[in-house]
Design a protein around this ligand. Structure first.
Ligand code: AMP
Length: 283
């Protein structure tokens, strides 16, 4: 069932809650792929009613970014989401979420939103935290599902949930990849053939860093250099950042002790891709 209006969604959800049903929420911007579907399938296993939101959120795009051209296909998304276990597709209009007089923001302040993607996308996380907060308030889910693909988003939302004492459990799901290692992303459709081929260097370089770490290299400088050198072997790749930080606090570290996040953002032509691995010893 597709629902566009908040009041209607709330009515249905109130009814479900009165029957003691647990609610799982999967927030997405649509153009669904296996990454999104893995979140929906996991939610289906752990909750009785699954809401998948499909909303291309304008406030998380910068003025020069791809809000207007972001791929959309609500018809095929609805089919895929329902097959994966969604009960309700919440697909509001921009005006439904942000009426003209809307002027309230949720913003996680500090380094956590200004480093990594926050450098080239200074208003991005403010848009994400505001819309996710709205979705939490509208749906009031028991659990909400997010992908490790957007590792900084996970870190920021974890902090927001803690800081605001929100009554929801965040479930973080592993990154789903193509056979050559490229992380699935709705934006991969922007890549031409050569860019798509060279994009596999992101995961390869991260894997090499993971191997080096497991073989005893724990200097952040050395590991970042290794990743940068690998990515630079691809002539179409333009590095935005390569960063190793503690996770999920995203603090600066000199050496990897225990566990850390290695994250990269790289442009291929106009398309900016992100990827990451967790550096940790084998269990
Ligand atoms: P998006 O539609 O890009 O906003 O993504 C919606 C959710 O799906 C976010 O929590 C993403 O982290 C997650 N996601 C996107 N791509 C992947 C992937 N390749 N593997 C796992 N989760 C993903």
């Amino acid at each position: 069932m597709i629902i566009n209006k908040i009041v209607k969604l709330k009515r249905i959800l109130n009814d479900a809650v009165s029957k003691n049903k647990t609610i799982g929420l999967v927030p997405t911007m649509g153009f669904l792929h296996e990454g999104h579907l893995s979140l929906i399938r996991k939610a289906k296993k752990e909750n009785e009613l699954i809401v998948v939101s499909i909303f291309v959120n304008p406030t998380q795009f910068g003025p020069e970014e791809d809000f207007g051209t972001y791929p959309r296909n609500i018809k095929s998304d609805t089919k895929l989401a329902i097959e994966a276990g969604a009960d309700i597709i919440f697909n509001p209009s921009v005006n439904e979420m942000y009426p003209e007089d809307s002027s309230t923001w949720v913003n996680v302040e500090g380094d956590i939103t200004t480093i990594l993607c926050g450098v080239s996308r200074p208003t991005h996380f403010k848009g994400v935290t505001t819309v996710v907060n709205m979705l939490f308030n509208i749906v009031e889910p028991n659990k909400a599902y997010f992908g490790q693909k957007d590792a900084q988003q996970v870190a920021v939302l974890t902090k927001m949930t803690k800081d605001l004492h929100l009554n929801v459990e965040l479930v973080i799901c592993p990154i789903i990849r193509e056979v050559d290692g490229v992380a699935l992303s709705s934006r991969n459709t922007y890549l031409n053939k050569d860019e798509r081929k060279q994009a596999s260097i992101l995961y390869k370089s991260l894997q090499m860093a993971l191997d080096a770490f497991r073989n005893g290299q724990n200097s952040v400088d050395e590991l970042e250099t290794l990743i940068k050198n690998q990515i630079s072997t691809m002539h179409l790749a333009e590095i935005d950042y390569v960063n190793i930080r503690s996770f999920p606090s995203l603090n600066k570290i000199k050496d990897v002790k225990g566990r850390a996040l290695a994250a990269v953002a790289v442009k291929f032509g106009k398309t900016r891709l992100i990827d990451n691995v967790i550096l940790e010893k084998k269990k």
